[in-house]
Design a protein around this ligand. Sequence first.
Ligand SMILES: O=c1ccn([C@H]2C[C@H](O)[C@@H](COP(=O)(O)OP(=O)(O)OP(=O)(O)O)O2)c(=O)[nH]1
Ligand SMILES: [Mg+2]
Length: 153
Amino acid sequence: MSETIEIALRHLPHAEGLPLPRYETEEAAGADLRAAVADDAAIELAPGARALIPTGLSMALPNGYEAQVRPRSGLAAKFGVTCLNAPGTIDSDYRGEIKVLLINHGDAPFTVQRGERIAQLVIAPVTRGAFHLVDSDLPDSARGTGGFGSTGR
Ligand SMILES: O=c1ccn([C@H]2C[C@H](O)[C@@H](COP(=O)(O)OP(=O)(O)OP(=O)(O)O)O2)c(=O)[nH]1
Ligand SMILES: [Mg+2]
């Protein structure tokens, strides 16, 4: 059973009339975010172009949680459109507008219309590190310094 937490949201004036983020199926992990561009100001993304798309939402996550702005697989598979900084991180102390940095990796222009579902928001608990330098060697491990394909292709 998934955990549910209360999250205070604000709809900014340019999002008036748009549905709040919602989970599209009973057990969806992501709630879809919609583009709050004006009806007469759709954003056209040329192939290779990127744009910061407003959602018209701001929120106050409880301390101890983050929200991840993740791409929608449908947009990626059908149009090559994805989030450039995926997953985007919304900090719990951020009160600004949530924005989605979309990039068009496809070969045709992609138009972002008002109300279109452009990304999804996943709420996740946060573990923070207390970082401290040590003088001694780090504990041994079987992997050691191997990485970046050390186990083969
Ligand atoms: O896809 C995203 C990613 C971030 N943000 C907002 C919320 C987040 O709390 C803030 C800062 O994001 P991040 O820490 O990733 O960016 P930064 O370049 O490190 O900016 P800052 O110096 O403001 O932390 O920007 C978004 O609205 N959408
Ligand atoms: Mg930052």
